[in-house]
Design a protein around this ligand. Sequence first.
Ligand SMILES: C[S@@+](CC[C@H](N)C(=O)[O-])C[C@H]1O[C@@H](n2cnc3c(N)ncnc32)[C@H](O)[C@@H]1O
Length: 385
Amino acid sequence: MKHCRIAFKVKAPTEYFEEVVAKRQYCGLKIKPDGENGKGAYSEVGFKEGDLILKDQMLVGAQHSSNKIDCLVCSFCFRFIGSIELQIGRKLHLQELGVSADDECGSSDGPRKRNSIPRDTIQSLMSGNLRLPYSEEFPLPSVFPCQGGCGEAYYCSKSCAEADWDSFHSLLCIGNGSSSPNTEALSKFMQHANETNDIFILAAKVISYTILRYRKFKAAHKRWGKHTQGGNCVFPLLLEAWKPVSMGYKRRWWDCIALPEDVDSCDETEFRMQIKDLAFEKEAEKITKSFLDALGEDYSVSCEGTAFFPLQSCMNHSCIPNAKAFKREEDRDGQATILALRPIIKGEEITISYIDEELPYEERQELLADYGFTCKCPRCSEEQP
Ligand SMILES: C[S@@+](CC[C@H](N)C(=O)[O-])C[C@H]1O[C@@H](n2cnc3c(N)ncnc32)[C@H](O)[C@@H]1O
């Protein structure tokens, strides 16, 4: 049997997180195993109330499909782009066409009234011929279209357009310049995801990110003459490409998707078994099993929300959290910002609340059950009936 001679140093999670922390400009924490709840984030220094604990760069993110109607943002860094006039004009234009975020959510108030702004005024807003007062005080970066010509992705700069193309979009673009082998199937997938659950788009971005990283590693190793004579090097390279995602919290998706409203809680086990069976239909298993086995026993992907932040996602929940993710006026860069809610001493665990912590005990536990755990934070222990 031939063995691959490419040897990757397998980094322990602690070492991996030390590297991620070192790359962050604002980060006063350490990620380490916390015994009861897997790993957690711990303060490396003391914080005062309101102090910035972390600005975390997202690894993979996707704008909600419904939100795309309301906001034109850079598909890579999620900054607003264009101009105030373009943002407003575009929204009015889409309203004119009968497309609105509210319609997508199935507004119960019946069809929304079309706006009363004349069509040519809307066109002038979008073309930049009509300027609104004070808009020059809120300049936005110009719009760069996707190089693949899909008309779906726009950017704030050439560098964001190139970074997105190299990291995610070249395989997910449905334009003529796409590197995808089947843009027709891809279009159907995108349409289905937009109409059902756009978390599928985030999952597709994770897969694309991994494949593109894998290709880069493979090309680099070939360039350095490190390829072997016939050995199978796919898995070590694939594992390396997958590593940033694999370090996140993982549960198999059939174990953690929320129970649909029409499924009784006493049928939960059967429901999850059915979903699992669907995922493991014999044909699919033929392809996926070896990957799953290679990726480790506890491999599975759990994505909640639409972005994956490597460090923020290590923070455990508490119903009396000492930190919170805030959107501040200056945070226009798509990063996650964590601020201290009260003084935090060095070595203390940093916790955030995944839910509205003002809710009563039973409602909090019900919401947290969707995250797959029963909270045993000091407040829950005290309030438990
Ligand atoms: C976003 S992850 C947090 C980091 C995670 N502990 C890890 O090892 O990567 C969320 C998961 O951590 C665990 N967790 C977080 N807060 C918890 C809590 N208060 N009580 C019990 N488990 C908790 C749950 O398994 C939850 O699904």
